[in-house]
Design a protein. Sequence first.
Length: 242
Amino acid sequence: MDISVLSIFPRMFDALNESVIGKAQEKGLLDLNVIDFRDFTTDKQNHVDDAPYGGGVGMLLQAQPIYDAMNHLDKQKPGKKRVVLLDPAGKTFDTNMARSFAQEEHLVFICGHYEGFDERIKDLVTDEVSIGDYILTGGELPTMSMIDATMRFVPGVLGNNFSAEEESFSHGLLEYPQYTRPADFRGKKVPEVLTSGNHEKIRIWRLKEALRKTLIRRPDLLETIDLSNEEKKLLNEIRSEM
């Protein structure tokens, strides 16, 4: 998978050379290309920003360096690209979007800074995306988060191919509680069902606990999930217990 990033702070992405994403690059599962679009400015002082027309606070990123950086990328790597602009007004990133991104051959992220962009760069963009209702100083950290979340759905990236599907939000529910050795830690014991060896009972316990956690912590998620008859029954049990 090809992922290209346009940023004026390319060294921030050195962090992606570590851990799972770093290993994905070593395996050839990810080709990460970070482009400093400051290199494409025609300004003598190397500026990539300017004051907004009509006045206002702060500076805007200019269209020219970003356009020229994209032209360079198109020559370097021709072909169809999904171009993601980090924008607080964009669609909120979630697991479904990560799964969709993972199907692409080439993703491009454009990282903003300062007070925003010249609106004309949006002609280059296929998706405007936000990671939540808060403001950061730039698009680099959100981009790294989205790359990490996306790569988990690329076959071969995780050691266990089922890991991404088992985790929180993959099926709309929060993840059930998990335990490892020892079975008794300072008087706090692992639920007996998990050491019983009965896989059906373990499956039901995990499903019920995932529903319980979701009901307590994120009840809004239950409004968007098409629950099975089994899940509805377990949810009714949980409500009666509470």
